[in-house]
Design a protein around this ligand. Structure first.
Ligand code: NI
Length: 173
């Protein structure tokens, strides 16, 4: 298990549609392990494969907020939304690929997700609260969509400019 480098926006790999995973291989298992370790290390509540430069439809999440609570690491392969509520929820979202930037995004409050698990079986589960927000945010990543794409053009450009500056500073070291 090893930590992977998280890509920072803007990066063309964060804007691409990811490919479905044909089957669970040892390589996919290793990727999932690395992604969970990278997410917990960051720390974050979700991480999608394109954020570590892998263009496959897989994301990990653990939206357990209470630090005292037991971890619930989840790996979702080829995830899709089977149902979403009419009720909406607004959450102050952030993203590991857009460090230290947060903005309100409104999404369905509840979603039923269907995905392939590492066990090779199809899973289905209803999510609400932060779990629902996180699942939709991560699914967006697999379609080349970032949370800032849900904001106004002005806000998006403002955040993008900050990220360009951040990347320039980091490159200088
Ligand atoms: Ni994100």
């Amino acid at each position: 298990m090893s930590l992977r480098q998280i890509l920072i926006h803007p990066d063309p790999r964060l804007k691409k549609m990811c490919e479905p995973v044909a089957r669970v291989t040892p390589e996919i298992e290793a990727l999932a392990d690395d992604m969970l370790a990278t997410m917990y290390d960051a720390p974050g509540v979700g991480l999608a494969a394109p954020q570590v430069g892998v263009m496959s439809r897989i994301f990990v999440m653990d939206a357990t907020r209470d630090p005292e609570a037991e971890r619930r690491p989840m790996v979702l392969i080829n995830p899709e939304i089977a149902w979403s509520s009419d009720d909406l929820n607004t959450y102050d979202e952030g993203c590991l690929s857009i460090p230290d930037q947060y903005a309100d995004v409104t999404r369905p409050a509840e979603v039923r997700m269907r995905w392939l698990g590492l066990d090779g079986k199809t899973h289905e589960e209803d999510f609400d609260g932060l779990w629902a927000t996180c699942a939709q945010h991560e699914l967006d990543h697999l379609n080349g969509v970032l949370f800032i794409d849900h904001l106004s053009a002005i806000k998006r450009q403002m955040i993008t400019r900050k990220m360009v500056k951040l990347k320039r500073e980091r490159a200088r070291g």
